[in-house]
Design a protein around this ligand. Structure first.
Ligand SMILES: [Fe+2]
Ligand SMILES: [Fe+2]
Length: 282
């Protein structure tokens, strides 16, 4: 049954043009650091946030980084693009404008950790582009973000329903016809995101083989699981998260390798926190 939100989200704001352009460069193997400089040229606030992240203790460069060009040389073009996508998406739907700011902040922190996790999982499997996996992880719960941002009464009602009935979060979503994956897929279509992101936004809790984006979707599913497992869950859904039965198989990593991924991701928590704090302070 189609979610009642599918029609409503057609009236929501369109994706900021900077973000759309950054996502567009993912599709183009010829994109370079120069493209990022062009995209950021007229956005001073984004540039200064990027430089603050580039100068953070996580990267520990000896000299301070004062230009976008230097940041792309020092950190790498793809990493700078990922940072800018995160910053831009979070500025667009800033937690400060949410009714429940704390919950919104936790959801963004969760999204950043899932994005970083997607990159680490893709690095281990060797089957996915790491930056596409990062972006898919960043976007995976956008349905939930948009529900919380634009339909706060309904999200409050969902919370009360869970408390009263004692049902799991995902079940309550279905019973109240507000499944964040259905909303996410509609949102992706509305924003004209590439189909691979629509698939992840619409199916990350149920990885299945045999569709064109199975591996990317399962990669994000595993990253989402690890984010929850490492304490980067979101305050809207506090249920325990299990790995889907075929997910590791679809991604192409073993249980042993999953432990390695968990360790690597755990080492990146400081970086994720710093990116997140940068947005919160703005
Ligand atoms: Fe989700
Ligand atoms: Fe998630």
């Amino acid at each position: 049954m189609p979610s009642k939100y599918v029609k409503k989200i057609r009236n929501l704001p369109t994706l900021p043009s900077i973000l759309a352009k950054l996502i567009g460069t993912l599709d183009d193997p010829r994109s370079t650091a120069g493209d990022i400089e062009d995209i950021l040229r007229h956005d001073q606030s984004m540039t200064s946030k990027l430089l603050s992240v580039a100068n953070s203790a996580y990267y520990a460069f000896r000299h301070s980084i004062t230009t976008v060009r230097r940041a792309t040389v020092a950190i790498g073009f793809a990493e700078v693009r990922n940072i800018c996508m995160g910053l831009s998406l979070m500025s667009f739907l800033h937690p400060g404008s949410f009714r429940n700011r704390e919950a919104a902040e936790s959801l963004w922190l969760h999204s950043l950790m899932t994005a970083e996790g997607g990159k680490v999982v893709a690095g281990q499997s060797g089957k996915q582009d790491q930056d596409i996996a990062f972006t898919a992880g960043l976007l995976h719960d956008m349905g939930k973000v948009v529900l919380a941002a634009f339909f706060p009464e309904d999200v409050d009602r969902l919370g009360r329903y869970i408390a009263e009935k004692g049902v799991p979060y995902r079940q309550a979503e279905f019973e109240l016809e507000m499944d964040h994956q259905t909303v996410g897929r509609a949102l992706a279509n509305n924003w004209r995101l590439p189909p691979m992101f629509a698939e992840v936004m619409g199916r990350h809790h149920l990885p299945t083989p045999y569709n064109p984006y199975s591996e990317l979707n399962a990669t994000v599913h595993v990253a989402n699981y690890l984010a929850h497992d490492l304490g980067f869950g979101d305050a809207y859904d506090t249920d325990a998260h299990e790995l889907g039965p075929q997910s590791l198989e679809i991604v192409g990593i073993s249980q042993v390798r999953l432990e390695l991924v968990r360790e690597k991701l755990d080492e990146r928590r400081e970086k994720v926190f710093h990116l997140w704090e940068n947005l919160m302070s703005s």
